[in-house]
Design a protein around this ligand. Structure first.
Ligand code: CA
Length: 240
């Protein structure tokens, strides 16, 4: 199984609030596509390529959701799902299937899947389903609005609210603010911000983060994003 991913993203796993997602997919291109997207969206993930490895981790590990391919080299995704449910696990499972036929979908849902995603898919479609499942699983709590002090961000409409005022953000400003709001009060380095909001590997020569922090400050108020000299930036609460 591939544990490199979890080591590489270790800083995020140190945070107890980070959602861990298990990716079960034997096609490296699809697996890394999902992992990269999840990373940019602020989730930690571990990827495995076989059904047996998936079961071992799902039963033993601390995962909040599984993205499960049907066609795996050892046991198929339906067997993984049946065996997982037989252990009493209620972990949300989203099935990935190239076979988009009704029969397969029904079999998957009857076998205990919470949702399915026919391949090929766009990442934002999968992300929407993941967010929905995580929200439903956490008791219907409205996790689509992130709030800190008088600042809030609606993940569905992508509007920020500052006090009583609604602010429109560009896609990049949205990602940056979502990253800050996912780690309120925590100092985030330029590298972490670039990694989370852009999904790029860090280019030490780039000042793109500083540029976008400046844009974001103009929209949400400079006092809310504090420069921590030599370390990065921190989102601070301004009381309502
Ligand atoms: Ca496959």
């Amino acid at each position: 199984m591939d544990r490199r991913a979890s080591r590489r993203w270790g800083w995020r796993m140190e945070n107890g609030n980070v959602t861990q997602i298990l990716i079960v997919e034997d096609e490296p291109g699809i697996s890394s596509f999902i992992a990269k997207g999840l990373k940019a969206a602020g989730y930690a993930s571990t990827a495995v390529t076989t059904g047996e490895a998936a079961l071992t981790l799902a039963v033993a590990g601390d995962f909040q959701l599984m993205v499960l391919d049907i066609g795996l080299p050892d046991i198929d995704g339906f067997s993984v799902l049946r065996r997982l449910r037989a252990t009493g696990s209620t972990m949300p499972v989203i099935i990935l299937t190239a076979r988009s036929s009704v029969d397969d979908t029904v079999a998957g849902l009857e076998g205990g899947a919470d949702d399915y995603m026919p391949k090929p898919f766009r990442f934002d479609e999968l992300l929407a389903r993941i967010r929905l499942r995580l929200r439903t699983d956490s008791g219907g709590q409205d996790a689509t609005v992130l709030t800190h002090g008088d600042l809030s961000l609606d993940l569905r409409t992508r509007y920020a609210t500052v006090g009583d005022e609604e602010v429109e953000l560009s896609a990049r400003e949205f990602s940056l603010l979502e990253t800050f709001l996912s780690h309120p009060g925590q100092v985030l380095s330029r590298e972490q911000l670039l990694d989370r909001a852009w999904g790029y590997d860090f280019d030490p020569g780039s000042n793109i983060v500083d540029v976008y922090v400046r844009y974001l400050r103009k929209k949400v108020g400079a006092e809310r994003i504090v420069t921590v000299y030599g370390m990065g930036y921190r989102l601070v609460a301004v009381a309502k």
